[in-house]
Design a protein around this ligand. Structure first.
Ligand SMILES: Cc1ncc(COP(=O)(O)O)c(C=O)c1O
Length: 483
C-alpha cells in the first residue's frame, strides 16, 4: 500500500482516487419546466449542478415494480434499486398504506425516554433476526448516522470498560461509510475527504481485499491472498498500538471500488485479530443487509458471522421512508443496562414511527414473498447471466453476491491491464448516459477502477437479468470502439 500523508487527521495509507461525479442521464433533451426549476432551486447530492442547466439530468416522476419513468416519458429499468434500497420494488400499496395508517395514528414521537409501538415492534423483529447475540437496536435516520453512532459507541464502550485510550477506528482502502464527519473519517475516497479536513482524529486505513487487482502470485489462490491482506491489517494494528484502537469497520461485500467479496478465511482471521487485540468488529451492512447479498443480514454468508455491531439502513424500509438501525451485541450493550451509564447520543427522527411502520410492512413483504429465499435461488442465475459478458474482451471480472454485482472492465482480459486514467474517464463519462439511453439505470463507479454496479430490486427475475445483460452488452461493445 502506498502511503500518502496529506490527511492531517488520519494515519495509515491514504486513498488517492480521483473523483468524477457523472450525471446519470441520457442524451435525449429533457427540457421540462421541472428541470428548469431544479436548476434554480434543487441542490442535488454529489451532483454537478451544471447538469440541470445543460439539460443532462433526468427528473424521475414515477416508479412501479422494477421500473421508473422520467419526465421525458422514458421507462427505465431500475438496476440499482434507487440507491441499493428499493428491495421490494416501487409502488407497493402495502407500504403506502402502512405509512398512511401510522401518520393517522401517531405521526411522530421521539424515542428519547419514551417508546412507541412501531419502534418497539421493529426493534424486536430486527433483534430476533440478527445473527448471534446482536439483540439491541439503536435506530437512526439513515446509514451515515448508523456508522456515526457505531464510532461513538465503540469509544464509549471501551472507556466504560476501563480502556479510555482506545479511540481510533479502522476502515479499509477505498471504502465508503458515509459523509458525516465521523463516518467521513472512515470513508477512504480522497476527493470526498480532502475538502473537509480536518476530519475526526484517529482514523486508520488498512488494505481491502481486491483479489482481481492483487499481485500475480495470488491469482490462483484467493485464500492465501485473504490471509496476506489480513496479516497487513494486523501489522498496521501493531504499528498503531492495539491499545489505541476501538473498532474495525468492514462491509461484508465492499461496494465502493466495485463489489469486493472477501476471500475465504479473511473475515474469520479479522475476527481473531479483533479478539486478540480487544477491538470491536463492525459490519457495515447499509447496502448488504435486508436481502441484497442473499441473507437478511449479509455477514454470516460472507464469513463475518459474529460482528459486535451491525450498521444498516436503505433496504430496511425498501427506501420508502428514511430509517437506519445500529444493532448491538449483548457484550457491547452490557455497560448501558445497569443504570450507571447512558449512551448520550441520539437523533430527533431516529426510529420515526412512520419509518418503523413502513419497515415492518416491508419485512412482512419479505416474508410473504420469500424474498431472501428468492435471492438465494435466483442469485446464481443472475451471476450466470452476467457471466455471459465475459465474451466481450474488455469484461475482466464479474464479482459480487446475491443481487449485488460489479463488472470490472479491463484493457486486457489475460493480463488484467488497467485503462489509462484518461481512458477510464472517457469510458465512465460514456457509460452512464449510454446505459440510461438503453433503458437501464445502473452506475459506473467513480471510485477506483472502471466498474459498473448492478443491484436490481429483489423481486427481479431471469427476464430482468436478460434485459440487464443485453443493455450492458450493447454499451460495453460500443466502449470497445472508443478506446
Ligand atoms: C456501506 C455504507 N455505509 C454508510 C452509508 C451511508 O448511508 P446514508 O447515505 O444513508 O447516510 C452508505 C451509503 O451508501 C454505505 O454504502
Amino acid at each position: 500500500m502506498s502511503e500518502t500523508t496529506s490527511d492531517p487527521t488520519s494515519s495509515g495509507a491514504g486513498s488517492d482516487i480521483p473523483v468524477i461525479i457523472h450525471p446519470s442521464a441520457g442524451t435525449t433533451p429533457l427540457g421540462t419546466p421541472r428541470n428548469t426549476a431544479a436548476s434554480q432551486y434543487l441542490w442535488g447530492h454529489f451532483t454537478d449542478q451544471s447538469g440541470w442547466a445543460q439539460d443532462r439530468l433526468p427528473t424521475i416522476v414515477r416508479g412501479e415494480g422494477t421500473y421508473i419513468w422520467d419526465s421525458a416519458g422514458r421507462k427505465i429499468f431500475d438496476g440499482l434499486s434507487g440507491l441499493f434500497a428499493v428491495q421490494v420494488g416501487h409502488g407497493r400499496e402495502e407500504l403506502a398504506q402502512a405509512a398512511a395508517e401510522q401518520a393517522r395514528t401517531l405521526p411522530f414521537f421521539p424515542i428519547w425516554g419514551y417508546a412507541h409501538e412501531p419502534a418497539i415492534d421493529l426493534a424486536e423483529r430486527i433483534a430476533l433476526a440478527a445473527p448471534g447475540d446482536l439483540n439491541h437496536v439503536f435506530f437512526t435516520s439513515g446509514g451515515s448516522e448508523a456508522v456515526e453512532s457505531a464510532i461513538k459507541l465503540a469509544k464509549n464502550y471501551w472507556e466504560l470498560r476501563g480502556k479510555p485510550t482506545k479511540r481510533k477506528v479502522i476502515s479499509r482502502e477505498g471504502a465508503y461509510h458515509g459523509t458525516t464527519h465521523g463516518a467521513l473519517s472512515l470513508t477512504r475516497i480522497a476527493s470526498y475527504r480532502e475538502p473537509f479536513y480536518p476530519l475526526v482524529e484517529g482514523a486508520v486505513q488498512v488494505p481491502t481485499p481486491n483479489w482481481y487487482r492483487s499481485e500475480h502470485r495470488f491469482w490462483e489462490d484467493k485464500a492465501a491472498y485473504g490471509q496476506w491482506i489480513a496479516d497487513r491489517t494486523e501489522e498496521i494494528i501493531q504499528r498503531e498500538g492495539p491499545e489505541t484502537i476501538a473498532a474495525i469497520f468492514v462491509e461484508p461485500v465492499q461496494n465502493s471500488g466495485g463489489c469486493f467479496v472477501a476471500p475465504p478465511g479473511y473475515f474469520e482471521r479479522l475476527r481473531k485479530i479483533a479478539d486478540d487485540n480487544d477491538i470491536l468488529l463492525v459490519s457495515d451492512e447499509v447496502i448488504c443487509a435486508y436481502g441484497r447479498t442473499g441473507g437478511l443480514f449479509a455477514g454470516p454468508d460472507q464469513g463475518l458471522a459474529h460482528p459486535d455491531i451491525i450498521t444498516s439502513a436503505k433496504g430496511l424500509s425498501s427506501g420508502y421512508a428514511p430509517i437506519g438501525a445500529m444493532i448491538v451485541s449483548d457484550r457491547v450493550y452490557d455497560p448501558f443496562v445497569s443504570g450507571e451509564n447512558v449512551f448520550r447520543h441520539g437523533y430527533t427522527f431516529a426510529g420515526h414511527p412512520i419509518g418503523a411502520a413502513v419497515a415492518l410492512a416491508n419485512l412482512d413483504i419479505f416474508e410473504k414473498e420469500a424474498l431472501v429465499e428468492r435471492v438465494r435461488e435466483q442469485g446464481p442465475v443472475f451471476k450466470a447471466t452476467l457471466d455471459k459478458l465475459y465474451d466481450i474482451p474488455i469484461v475482466g471480472d464479474v464479482r459480487g453476491s446475491g443481487y449485488f454485482y460489479g463488472i470490472e472492465l479491463t484493457r486486457d482480459q489475460a493480463t488484467r491491464e488497467r485503462f489509462t486514467d484518461e481512458e477510464a474517464d472517457r469510458i465512465r463519462a460514456f457509460l452512464n448516459p449510454a446505459l440510461y439511453d438503453d433503458g437501464l439505470y445502473v452506475r459506473a463507479d467513480d471510485r477506483g477502477d472502471v466498474v459498473v454496479q448492478v443491484a436490481p430490486p429483489l423481486i427481479s427475475g431471469p427476464e430482468d437479468f436478460d434485459f440487464i445483460e443485453s443493455a450492458l452488452r450493447d454499451v460495453f461493445t460500443r466502449v470497445l470502439e472508443r478506446i
